[in-house]
Design a protein around this ligand. Structure first.
Ligand SMILES: NC(=O)C1=CN([C@@H]2O[C@H](COP(=O)(O)OP(=O)(O)OC[C@H]3O[C@@H](n4cnc5c(N)ncnc54)[C@H](O)[C@@H]3O)[C@@H](O)[C@H]2O)C=CC1
Ligand SMILES: C[C@@H](CO)CCC[C@@H](C)[C@H]1CC[C@H]2[C@@H]3[C@H](O)CC4=CC(=O)CC[C@]4(C)[C@H]3CC[C@]12C
Length: 369
């Protein structure tokens, strides 16, 4: 590890640096990137917690900005060595319009790429998603697949479609000449469902369970497996990929990597219970009460209500035809590509990840009282 101040020479930019994943990437870079001189945190909404980071050895520059505005992105990118582009509109609940999702996820990514090219930034790590692969609308399982597993990716929903388009832009940009004449080196990281401190959906399930008297009702068969990955390990993978892109440009440039760790393969609900169980919730087996056809009907009804109520207010429940399809289709990854290409080994064991997440849910509980 380089310790001397002279060893600090790199400028990093993290877009979406105040989001769930972005905050973990920012904190991980500060803890684990000894070459960091300046860390620029770019986000539409800046978090107050950034203030406390400004007292350390690294200059933390908070930039309130919008990735859809090319000039704002170019100003933030200018002079940065590495861009970690995590900003995105994560919406599978119909909160935002398809146009807005496209604008942020696709146009925003185009703006980041063009800013790198114009200003001479050579290294770009893009946060993609497992959703660029699937699950597809046909409900085909993706069981312990890797980056080379054939799968019919068919996107009907604006979010996965936008992530797939943006990922392709990033991969196609690998090798483009940037200002100064050197080639741009890019790669895309594809997390499966991320969990950990700050996970909004986990918080929602927890509060829902409290409202239901400490119970959650199983809706999806326990046999449907979901890939999940701890946010600290996803952040660590971004830090390592960013660090190694220069040395391993020929190997890593234009590549995709699933984000993985030792989290167990389980159904979405059973996995959540690993954290919510120790916080006092229990999962009630209700297969006889809620048959699948009824869930399909409820999901369709929710979609209809969302459409009917849109002129009055935003009705965006967790259950809709898309989330039901994702939740009821097996999608798990099994790969070691990130280890082979850039030496990634999870920083947090499953036990650590679990304990940290439980502590966070307990703190949410404490603050809700
Ligand atoms: N949460 C998950 O399970 C997964 C997330 N991802 C990807 O990881 C990335 C981060 O996701 P999360 O942290 O979960 O979401 P998040 O919503 O917590 O964070 C996204 C951040 O991007 C910022 N942002 C949104 N629009 C922006 C704009 N126009 N300009 C500047 N900043 C903007 C938001 O303010 C937010 O801070 C996204 O690209 C998402 O597609 C990928 C796989 C799984
Ligand atoms: C049917 C309900 C009964 O309890 C459960 C509904 C759960 C859903 C809201 C989630 C199930 C799977 C989640 C998605 C998955 O983890 C993959 C994702 C990757 C991303 O890039 C963004 C988030 C998400 C689409 C994630 C969203 C929430 C679920 C659909």
């Amino acid at each position: 590890m380089a310790e001397s101040p002279e060893a600090r020479k790199l400028v990093y930019l993290v877009t979406g640096g105040c989001g769930f994943l972005g905050e973990h990437v920012v904190r991980m870079l500060l803890q684990r990137e000894p070459q960091l001189l300046e860390l620029r945190v770019f986000d539409l909404h800046l978090g107050p917690w950034l203030e406390e980071l400004k007292t350390g050895p690294v200059q933390v520059t908070a930039i309130q900005g919008d990735v859809t505005q090319a000039h704002e992105v170019a100003a933030a990118v200018a002079g940065a060595h590495v861009v970690v582009h995590t900003a995105g509109l994560v919406d599978v609940f119909g909160r935002a319009s398809p146009e807005t999702i496209y604008e942020v996820n696709v146009q925003g990514t185009k703006n980041v790429i063009e800013a790198c090219v114009q200003t001479g930034t050579r290294f770009l790590v893009y946060t993609s998603s497992m959703e660029v692969v699937g699950p597809n609308i046909k409900g085909h399982p993706f069981y312990r697949g890797n980056e080379d597993t054939p799968y019919e990716a068919v996107h009907s929903h604006p979010y996965p479609r936008s992530k797939a388009q943006a990922e392709q832009l990033v991969l196609d940009a690998n090798g483009r000449e940037v200002r100064g004449g050197l080639p741009l080196v890019t790669c895309a990281l594809r997390p499966t469902g991320i969990y950990g401190e700050g996970h909004q959906i986990m918080r929602d399930f927890y509060h829902q369970g409290l409202r239901l008297g400490g119970r959650l009702f199983r809706a999806i068969p326990a046999s449907v497996e979901h890939g999940r990955v701890y946010v600290g390990n996803v952040a660590w993978m971004h830090v390592l990929a960013a660090r190694e892109l220069e040395q391993r440009a020929a190997l890593m440039g234009g590549q995709v990597y699933f984000c993985y760790d030792d989290s167990p393969y389980k159904s979405y609900e059973d996995f959540n219970m690993e954290f919510l169980g120790p916080c006092g919730l229990r999962l009630v087996e209700s297969r006889l009460l809620v048959p699948y056809w009824l869930l399909v009907l409820l999901a369709a009804l929710n979609a209809l209500l969302q459409w009917l109520l849109r002129p009055l207010f935003l009705y965006a429940p967790l259950l809709n035809p898309y989330t039901l399809a994702v939740a009821s289709t097996t999608f798990t990854v099994s790969t070691d590509k990130a280890q082979r290409h850039f030496g990634y080994v999870p920083l947090f064991s499953w036990e650590d990840s679990r304990t940290r997440t439980i502590r966070w849910v307990q703190a949410v509980e404490g603050s809700a009282r």
